[in-house]
Design a protein around this ligand. Structure first.
Ligand SMILES: Cc1ncc(COP(=O)(O)O)c(C=O)c1O
Length: 413
């Protein structure tokens, strides 16, 4: 049987070994087809009412991926001035960008105001600052609906244990603060957390959020956030997130809301991971294999600096092994796959049944398109990897050069 990567022909007939040799490892490789199809999914979740998906670019901010989002009719969320700058460079217009910031200073806020970017404020203090900089302007506020969700406590962004958003009990204060500066709150947004595998947590939060929304008559938009999961255990046939069910159930809730609200705002979502995770893999080289007692250690160049998720969140990524361009299957032996960073925690997977891995094999880490490159860093003065795109026509294109030592050294004064 083919590996998953071979079955879906991720590399569109290209030789995986040749790609690794030509561009070097560690290497992020993306599938244009998969990314486009996921962008289309999220663009079409709601069809009955005015609706726009905002791709949450924090998941993957490569310029070429942003251009795909733009072509597929998806707007974007930005979390920082840097992200706004990238979106403008990718060709997004200012009204296609939603700035969902937290704890920013006056200078960063002023940048958004100068560029006419709709901004969501996530505390009364930030709203006050915004009002002093842009009196009489329009803005949004981020509301904590009181229920959170997610695969790890570090990615739950609503409920009682989070730094994010304005709690329901502070909304009156927020409204007064806006009035003080003659600010018009034209939109509200929420984001309950990241990576839930069924629509239920999102739907529950919608109930709370829409109840709260009724305190804000005449809103121009209501943004429900993102967090839709993807199956990281696909080699064990984990079911994908049911976006069709989400669409049906969410639309029903909007039916009820629209009937009682008196007007129909633009509805929005903010998915990141769903759009790009499955469209990206990392290729890494096995540089050493050894045993310590009974444990087999497979040493690769995919360190925690290249993929931070396993160390940050104990995240699972399926991993396939290739030798001379062909996947290795069959006999299993437990292996602990590590990177080349000088840390004991630099582990991609622990004691996992794997095919027999040998020196110089390639590892292919699946579902690395979201929060992969975006979270890379240069610890141990290691270079950030290159990124390539497998285009829909099967050609391969470098979309980000590997970092160089000059890039790192240049910032010293
Ligand atoms: C405010 C906000 N919106 C959207 C997202 C995207 O979440 P996800 O990638 O899980 O869809 C995040 C991620 O944490 C977020 O913080």
């Amino acid at each position: 049987m083919d590996s998953y990567i071979e079955k879906i022909d991720f590399f569109k007939g290209n030789d995986i070994e040749k790609i690794a040799e030509e561009y070097g490892t560690p290497l992020y490789v993306y599938s244009e087809d998969i990314i486009r199809s996921r962008m289309r999914d999220v663009a079409g979740i709601i069809t009955k009412y005015p609706y726009k998906a905002n791709y949450s670019m924090k998941a993957n901010s490569n310029l070429e991926i942003l251009k795909i989002a733009l072509e597929e009719g998806v707007n974007c969320d930005a979390m920082s001035e840097g992200e706004i700058r990238l979106l403008l460079r990718a060709g997004f217009k200012n009204d296609q960008i939603f700035f969902v910031c937290n704890n920013i200073d006056a200078k960063e806020m002023q940048f958004a105001i100068d560029n006419n970017i709709m901004t969501s404020l996530d505390s009364v203090d930030q709203l006050d600052l915004y009002g002093s900089l842009n009196p009489g302007g329009k803005c949004a506020i981020r509301i904590n609906p009181g229920v959170g969700a997610g695969h790890h406590e570090k990615v739950v962004t609503a409920g009682k244990k989070t730094k994010f958003a304005i709690a329901e009990e502070d909304l009156e204060e927020a409204i007064k603060t806006a009035a003080k500066h003659n600010l018009k709150i034209v939109g509200i947004n929420q984001h309950v957390g990241s990576l839930y595998m069924t629509p239920e947590p999102f739907l529950q939060a919608i109930d709370q959020f829409l109840r709260i929304a009724k305190n804000f008559p005449g809103l121009e938009f209501i943004d429900f956030g993102g967090g839709f999961g993807i199956p990281y255990h696909k080699l064990e046939d984990e079911e994908p997130f049911d976006i069709y069910k989400l669409s049906i159930e969410w639309t029903k809730k909007l039916d009820d809301f629209v009937e009682s609200y008196g007007s129909t705002p633009l509805f929005k979502s903010e998915p990141g991971r769903y759009c790009v995770a499955e469209g990206g893999v990392i290729l890494g080289r096995v540089n050493a294999v050894k045993y310590n007692g009974d444990r087999k250690y497979v040493g690769t160049d995919v360190g925690m600096n290249v993929l931070a998720r396993p160390v940050l969140y104990d995240s699972w990524h399926d991993i396939e092994i290739f030798c001379n361009g062909k996947s290795i299957r069959g006999m299993k032996e437990e292996a602990t796959i590590t990177g080349n960073i000088c840390e004991s925690g630099d582990v991609l997977c622990k004691d996992r049944p794997m095919p027999i891995i040998r020196d110089n094999d390639l590892i292919c880490v699946l579902d690395a398109g979201a929060y992969g490159y975006a979270m890379c860093y240069s610890y141990n003065t290691r270079l950030k990897p290159a990124e390539v795109m497998i285009n829909s026509d099967g050609s391969v294109r470098l979309i980000r050069k590997r970092e160089t030592f000059e890039d790192i050294f240049n910032s010293f004064v």
